[in-house]
Design a protein around this ligand. Structure first.
Ligand code: PEP
Length: 265
């Protein structure tokens, strides 16, 4: 009887946390854009004014050279800016690399780590974990990407692969975001079904607990955003292709649930 009561209370608390978790709509521009794109936040603001989106956070992750100019225009439009990667070290002889502290000093508040396009080039769970830790030390929120390949899904190993990636890629920190991005859905136009997404996000939720946002990524578009963003345990989206166009990004953001109210911009 006592156990049942405790379980009911914990269940309601979990539902409450889920309800108030503020959606995060994050655009990953990858290697696209130029300096002229610093007017994009203003365009986004026209499609979806800040005063109408107090229930969610919008983030744009441009290529590194455009972070500083975008910070200026994004702050007017109340949009966060993030990096797409960082080095594990604070500074040093690492030609071509950027540290989390440098991203922070340029005005970024988030950094994507372990994107599958980087994992495909040799980035391991251990490296992703160190990068997430470096981001945390620099006071910048890591968005830790995980996701299975098509072969892993087809052989029934998707949950095990993703669970293992989380256990090995997440350092011992309390502030981070997980982006579940099935590799076969990235940039392919193929999206996981709502039940595949719900199943995997439930697996991830069990590992990370109720305070961590879990984003879905993989061909999120205005046409499928509402269904994806209203799926249980989905707290936002990581968007590649559709984030290059502000009308699309705004349409996706508009599809996010409106029941979260904590303003933290
Ligand atoms: C991504 O790059 O993280 C991504 C999800 O890309 P797309 O939306 O184009 O599939």
């Amino acid at each position: 009887m006592f156990t049942l009561a405790v379980r009911t209370i914990l269940g309601s608390f979990a539902k409450y946390m889920e309800m108030i978790m503020r959606p995060l709509i994050a655009g990953n521009w990858k290697m696209h854009g130029d300096m002229g794109w610093s007017d994009k936040p203003e365009v986004f603001e026209k499609y979806y004014p800040a005063k109408s989106r107090e229930h969610l956070d919008v983030l744009i992750c441009p290529p590194s050279p455009f972070i500083a100019p975008l910070v200026r225009s994004c702050s007017k439009a109340q949009i966060y800016v993030g990096g797409q990667n960082c080095h594990v070290a604070e500074s040093g002889a690492h030609t071509g690399e950027v540290s989390a502290g440098m991203l922070k000093s340029a005005g970024a508040n988030y950094v994507i780590v372990g994107h599958s396009e980087r994992r495909a080039n040799g980035e391991t769970d251990v490296m992703v974990k160190e990068k997430a830790l470096a981001a945390n030390k620099a006071n910048i929120m890591p968005i830790i990407c995980v996701g299975e390949s098509l072969a892993q899904r087809e052989s029934g190993k998707a949950s095990d692969v993703v669970s293992q990636q989380i256990k090995s890629s997440v350092p011992n920190i309390t502030d981070y975001v997980i982006a579940y991005e099935p590799i076969w859905a990235i940039g392919t136009g193929k999206t996981a079904t709502a039940s595949d997404i719900a199943e995997m996000h439930a697996v991830i939720r069990k590992i990370v607990g109720n305070k961590i946002k879990i984003l879905y990524g993989g061909s999120v578009k205005p046409a499928n955003a509402q269904q994806i963003l209203s799926t249980a345990n989905v707290n936002g989206a990581l968007i590649g292709g559709a984030s290059l166009d502000m009308e699309s990004l705004a349409a996706i953001a508009k599809a996010a649930p409106k029941n979260a109210s904590t303003k933290n911009y």
